[in-house]
Design a protein around this ligand. Structure first.
Ligand code: FAD
Length: 379
């Protein structure tokens, strides 16, 4: 039986493990964290991502744990619509969206794998193109190594030593989950150099994310968010107040525990996602800004394509096919996500007003069609 080692047990690594397991491969997933976990936040899965999950046999289970409405659109900070999506048109053209808690998606991926394939608490130190993996519990070899070790991939540094590292995108991201309250649906609101998104989760809680222009490492916690967004349209201040209230009390530190804060990075284009028996996958290959909500979706697509490629060819030919298929598409998505960030994070009042006017004048059907190249992917 052919053996694959998967480095990293995030969405990308586990999806690749499921795809290979379904092809009859013996799998070992090496994850440095002591347990397989995801950050406490929501995840938007767009129609292409759901089709990838369908191909992995998990689409129905994901839909059961998710809300499947498309996003309502984009407002300005006063609440005025800039883009109001044609929901029926989006569904008809592309299929369903899903908003799921990250931990739920991880649970479903883990449940699709044999327990003996999962090795938490093992950190990979080095990977060789011949399929050798050096880790904290020894050295192993495999017919195929899938490097899904994320933005700061050790594998990428081992085998692509000349490749430039991640690039800071110019804005900081915060994520948190607010206590249950009714919200209209999934909405993003744009101001000047900052924006706020919220989306209901199936259990009534509300997944919120914020992005704001700031130097790398800057940006505070919940107190800063409440200050920044105090004058924005409802329910934004109310969501922030609710999180603060939930984490108030003796011994609690809302700024430390209530919100996740990250610098936003993207990866410059690599010349190849493949070296010998090793394939980069997910953020390790093509980390992107979160503007399009496509990072996990592209990792899921990678996993499906890799699984299909190894089903019908030897490892060398399969990895060449994987690289040919995935690199152009994912690098286009990285660029498109970057461009959307430039538009969304406009700080100039004049350009911001011009942007908002142009968006308000764009017919929903034009916006719907513009998403085609990203969302129409099929397995
Ligand atoms: C703010 C924000 C919002 C986002 N929203 C969305 C969204 O709505 N929809 C969407 O599709 N995408 C979204 N994304 C992108 C998405 O989160 C990522 O693209 C996706 O999680 C990448 O998965 P991955 O498995 O490739 O990498 P990761 O999730 O980074 O997983 C890598 C794993 O490898 C492990 N690891 C690392 N190094 C080693 C090592 N040396 N040895 C062993 N294990 C190691 C890590 O512990 C980790 O578990 C968002 C990203 C951000 C930052």
């Amino acid at each position: 039986m052919r053996k694959a080692i998967v480095v990293g047990g995030g969405v990308g690594g586990l999806a690749a493990a499921v795809a290979l397991h379904r092809q009859g491969w013996r799998i070992e997933v090496l994850e440095r964290a002591p347990a397989f976990t995801e950050v406490g936040a929501g995840l938007a899965l767009q129609p292409n991502a759901l089709r990838a999950l369908d191909a992995l046999g998990l689409g129905a289970a994901v839909r059961e744990r998710a809300l499947t409405d498309p996003p309502l659109g984009i407002r300005d900070q006063t609440g005025r619509w800039l883009i109001r999506n044609d929901l029926a048109g989006l569904r008809r053209r592309y299929g369903q969206w899903a908003l799921i808690h990250r931990a739920d998606l991880l649970d479903l991926l883990l449940a699709a794998l044999p327990a003996e394939a999962l090795r938490p608490g093992v950190e990979v130190r080095q990977v060789g193109a011949d399929g050798t993996v050096v880790h904290t519990q020894g050295t192993a070899t495999a017919d195929l190594v899938v490097a899904a070790d994320g933005l700061h991939s050790v594998t990428r540094r081992s085998l692509w030593p000349q490749a430039p590292g991640p690039r800071y995108a110019g804005y900081v991201t915060w994520r948190f989950i607010a206590p249950p309250r009714p919200v209209e649906g999934s909405v993003e609101s744009w101001g000047r150099g900052e924006r706020f998104g919220y989306a209901p989760l199936p259990d009534g809680r509300v997944y919120c994310y914020v992005m704001a222009n700031a130097p790398r490492g800057a940006g505070g916690g919940l107190a800063e968010l409440r200050r920044r967004f105090a004058g924005w349209h409802n329910p934004i201040p109310a969501l922030l107040d609710a999180v603060a209230a939930e984490h108030a009390g003796p011994g609690q530190h809302p700024d430390e525990h209530a919100v996740l804060r990250h610098d936003t990075h993207e990866l410059p284009d690599l010349d190849s996602y493949v070296s010998g028996r090793v394939a980069l996958l997910g953020d390790a290959a093509h980390a992107m800004t979160p503007n399009l909500g496509q990072g996990a979706g592209q990792a899921l697509e990678d996993a499906v394509v890799l699984g299909k490629a190894v089903a019908s060819a030897d490892v060398t030919a399969a990895l060449a096919a994987y690289d040919r298929s995935r690199r152009p598409r994912t690098q286009r998505v990285v660029r498109r996500s970057h461009q959307l960030g430039v538009l969304a994070h406009q700080e100039s009042a004049v350009l911001g007003t011009a942007r908002n006017t142009a968006l308000r004048m764009t017919p929903p059907s034009v916006y719907t069609r513009s998403l085609g190249s990203v969302l129409s992917w099929t397995a």
